[in-house]
Design a protein around this ligand. Structure first.
Ligand code: SF4
Length: 329
């Protein structure tokens, strides 16, 4: 390479560096502007989402815990939400079109969405396996937000999950307040009312559920030890062909619980024509399900759908038949 070529090459490198610095400075000023509009909790949540190293995430969690520890336990529901910058903890017939489908059956459904698996730094889905990557929390509005570089929904879910982890007293007070409020509202509208607390988690809410014996709760779970109650309906969830899970699928069937399977849309009709299947897409009101042991849910696209299929979480016709033969064998 002659002297002129070397100079030319260095010139290109210098230009690229200048361009990269400009991009970095634009990025940091965008982030600065976002931060200015957020309260301290949301700022921490954004920092947590952007942190790459586990140690950074851990430090942020400790700061969140410290801040939450300082909240007075007697704070009213309204003041708690305003302190956290949230509009609600759980919401009725929310963004999830699945919960909204209950309206056709005159049901109003209160749903709670947390940050699933270990996304908050604490695992709220102890029995999650192959479902983690294609988890439905990354579908719908969250997927759209993520693609457009936003994080409003993920930030709110993080805050709620941290509240549950670090201040269960305040969390339970707030969720009970909302259950009472929404049950009253549904009654006023002449609608039936139900609650799903694990829309994107798999936690034990039995204390809250037991305190509302007149209200119908339901969940999908992968926890083989979760107990149903008179007012708590459980559907067991398929995860994968992992050997250790086989006794749990068998146990669910023996208990009379249905097992829910996510299947690829193209094979939906054929799968539903198989014996003992029932469709679970027309509503999310699982406690109203009729006959059949194997609930069929058409998969929603998430950022990791293909991985879900590869890992055996999402099934096509042949793999569904294989799963049933395995469970019944
Ligand atoms: S258990 Fe449910 S909420 Fe948790 S990671 Fe799996 S699919 Fe998502």
């Amino acid at each position: 390479m002659d002297f002129c070529s070397i100079l030319g090459f260095l010139n290109i490198i210098a230009r690229l560096l200048g361009w990269w610095q400009r991009v970095q400075s634009i990025n940091s000023s965008i982030l600065e502007n976002i931060m200015k509009k957020l309260n301290a909790y949301k700022t921490l949540a954004v920092e947590f989402l952007n942190a790459l190293l586990p140690v950074e995430k851990l430090k942020i969690r400790l700061r969140v815990q410290d801040k939450l520890d300082q909240i007075d336990g007697g704070l009213s529901y309204g003041k708690l939400l305003s302190e956290l910058g949230l509009s609600y903890i759980a919401t009725c017939d929310s963004s999830s079109s699945k919960l909204l489908k209950g309206k056709k059956f005159e049901f109003s459904t209160l749903g709670l969405y947390l940050a699933p698996a270990s996304k908050s730094g604490r695992n709220v889905c102890s029995f999650a396996g192959a479902c983690k990557a294609p988890c439905l929390d990354e579908s719908g509005h969250v997927l759209l937000e993520k693609r457009s570089g936003k994080s409003t929904i993920r930030v709110a879910r993080l805050l709620k999950t941290w509240l549950h982890e670090f201040r269960l007293d305040l969390f339970n007070k707030a969720i009970c307040h909302e259950i009472k409020k929404e049950a009253k509202l549904a009654k006023k509208k002449g609608q039936s009312f139900c609650v799903r607390l694990n829309c994107t988690s798999d936690l034990d809410f039995s204390e809250v559920i037991a305190s509302f014996p007149e209200i119908q709760f339901y969940d999908y779970t992968k926890d083989p030890n979760r107990q149903s109650m008179d007012n708590y309906h459980l559907t067991y969830s398929w995860d994968s062909f992992s050997k250790g899970r086989l006794p749990f699928y068998k146990q669910a069937i023996a208990r009379g619980q249905k097992v829910a399977f996510p299947v690829v849309k193209a094979d939906l009709e054929r799968i539903l024509a198989l014996p003992s299947t029932l469709e679970m897409d027309s509503s999310d009101l699982r406690f109203l399900d009729g006959e059949g042991s194997y609930g069929i849910l058409a998969i929603k696209e998430t950022g990791n759908t293909q991985q879900g299929i590869r890992d055996g979480f999402m099934l096509d016709y042949d793999s569904f038949k294989k799963a049933i033969a395995w469970i019944e064998g």
